[in-house]
Design a protein around this ligand. Sequence first.
Ligand code: SF4
Length: 183
Amino acid sequence: MKVLLHTCCGPCASACVPRLKDGGHEVTMFYSNSNIDTREEFDKRAVEAKKLAEADSVEIAFDDYDHDRWLKEVAEGYETEPEKGRRCERCFRFNLERAARYAAENGYDAFTTSLSVSPHKPSALIFAAGEEKSSDTVKFLREDFKKKEGFKISVKRACELGLYRQSYCGCEFSRIRRCADMI
Ligand code: SF4
């Protein structure tokens, strides 16, 4: 199948691209990350995603950065939610909707996401969001990338490829919470 891999970052995607290719799929990465708090960080992670695409010989497409829209449509009223809570659930839906739309407009058979690599992100919530955004033409591929040691593989490959691994999920609320947890 022709599969669009919504890519949250290069390190997470490094466990997904080989698995999808091994499954016989033709993979394109789709870097879509309007949840990230600053343009600078968005660009930094985009560079790392491109490095992975080159290393794994797959195509990569880049979505626009629209954090103002993300704040309005996802975070407003949910700023104090913990990670894995309702803001994250809305965030998954926001990003997967964009991936599903890009996949439908560009002739893909299916889409999936690197978000499921992270132990901080419940796969059940990600799958529910993906299935909500799937359609008759573009299906959501229910790949649980954290299984079969996906996270461990992502850490190992990120080290081998010299990819930058960020210390917070992406939005300003996750950055504030990570800082608070360290104090
Ligand atoms: S913590 Fe991560 S998944 Fe949750 S809302 Fe922020 S960027 Fe999205």
